[in-house]
Design a protein around this ligand. Structure first.
Ligand code: HAM
Length: 428
């Protein structure tokens, strides 16, 4: 056993896994681009109150899972690692006066989030999200556009059979009455509740609906539904979101108990699930409308909607579906030499090829030429550049390891020759 290991709930992404994540990141960037979402960065940590106020004091994410940083004596602020991106993006929106930009402001963040959760399959303490937010548009059309954008990401990433679960959780006009009904319902079953549900009954009854306590499943399923209590405006908004989704052909399923785990939501709420893996903990991504958050964090009242897609879970889904993980691409050329000790020439020639944008490996081990060539074939390099006595008058041997042919090439033409060969091989 090594003395040091990656912290519980984290994992190293070794090169193959990193390549898988990079692929998802570039699909996310490409999709974001086409939909007009511009990438930005926010800090990995913020004042803890950004999350406490933004996400809600009585959510699991804040109450149990917030990664708080040990305060330093000279600082009065308390800091926490970001558990999600939305609160930080909205903090930045307010700080930089984005309400004066052309509306809506469409932003995208790709990066790690941190939640001090109990680690298990698909649930990590450091994980990656693609987060996209459209701030300044009351919808309903943009709601459908956001939902469709996430759906397109999964399609392009190669995750088959993704389903959208959809609900409306009402707004300030209709939710209070609903919460009254919900509280009364759970109050009449109070003896079945444990902590923290018992405490949340008074402070935040909606949170009971996404409780992780399995003994409450039946009780939750029979609870009053927000969708039966929507006011006219919310009802109309929701109907229009569905009509727009129908028009763009995104399949969805109405899910009346879907409330999401964060307090900032109003009206549209949605999650993405892989068909056959729709257990409560297995959402591939989720999001919704959060019309009150900008104001809550000190800005003007501004409607907004967005999502975050969990990239780790997409990687797991692809792996389970047997989608080939990306392998290390072979180098176009390996530079080998007849004189094992002449690493200077090998390094110099490889450097020259790399400067021309070609992928080349220099054989720096001082082994016999035969062994050097063997290794080059084993790693499936297409060419070996063999340095011998001909280098004195500016030539090297270029050996095509696939065809088994070899010819003398002026060093000055080497990069061009290889580049041309790479093109005709669809390589490099
Ligand atoms: P969320 O539902 O908390 O929403 O997280 C979104 C996605 O992140 C989840 O569906 C899941 O795929 C992934 N995820 C969450 N926690 C973990 C974890 N511990 N390990 C691995 N993956 C995880 C949000 O974060 C909101 N900010 C979404 C949003 C954006 N709403 C509006 N705008």
């Amino acid at each position: 056993m090594p003395q040091y290991r990656a912290p519980r709930g984290t994992r190293d992404l070794l090169p193959d896994a990193r390549a898988g994540l990079s692929r998802l990141e570039s699909i996310a960037r490409s999709v974001a681009d086409r939909y007009g979402y511009r990438e930005m960065e926010i800090p990995l940590f913020e004042q803890a109150s950004v999350f406490e106020r933004g996400i809600g004091e009585t959510t699991d994410v804040v109450e149990k899972e917030l990664f708080r940083l040990a305060p330093r004596t000279e600082e009065s602020e308390s800091w926490a690692l970001r558990p999600e991106a939305t609160a930080g993006i909205v903090r930045a929106h307010v700080q930089h006066g984005m309400q004066t930009w052309p509306q809506p402001v469409k932003l995208s963040v790709v990066g790690s989030m941190f939640r001090y959760d109990r680690p298990q399959a698909g649930r990590y303490r450091q994980f990656w999200q693609w987060d996209a937010e459209a701030i300044g548009d009351p919808g309903p059309a943009v709601d459908a556009e956001v939902i469709e954008m996430g759906w397109r990401f999964y399609a392009e990433a190669g995750v088959r059979g993704v389903r959208v679960h959809l609900n409306s959780i009402g707004d300030g006009a209709c939710r209070p009455a609903y919460l009254g009904r919900l509280t009364a319902y759970f109050r009449s079953h109070e003896d079945e509740l444990r902590e923290p549900e018992r405490r949340r009954l008074d402070m935040n009854p909606l949170r009971l609906l996404d409780s992780k306590d399995p003994s409450l499943t039946a009780l939750i399923a029979a609870a009053p539904k927000m969708s039966d209590c929507l006011c006219e405006a919310c009802e109309a908004h929701f109907a229009s979101v569905r009509a727009h989704l129908d028009a763009v052909g995104v399949p969805y399923r109405l899910e009346p108990t879907l409330v999401r785990g964060l307090d900032y939501y109003a009206r549209t709420a949605f999650e993405y699930y892989r068909g056959g893996a729709e257990g409560q903990q297995q959402a591939l991504g989720g999001g919704g409308r959060y019309d009150g958050l900008v104001e809550l964090l000190g800005g003007r009242p501004t409607p907004a909607i967005g999502f975050a897609l969990g990239l780790d879970r997409v990687l797991l889904a692809l792996e389970e579906a047997g989608v080939e993980a990306s392998r290390e691409p072979p180098p176009l050329a390996v530079v080998v030499g007849a004189d094992p000790t002449d690493t200077v020439s090998r390094l110099r020639v490889a450097s020259l090829l790399r400067a021309e944008g070609l992928s080349a490996r220099a054989e720096l081990a001082m082994r016999k030429l035969g062994r050097q060539l063997e290794t080059a074939s084993k790693e499936h390099a297409h060419f070996a550049v063999i340095i011998g006595d001909e280098l004195a008058d500016g030539h090297v041997q270029l050996k095509d390891l696939e065809a088994g042919t070899q010819r003398l090439v002026p060093l000055a033409d080497l990069a061009r020759e290889l580049a041309r060969a790479a093109k005709s091989h669809h390589h490099g």
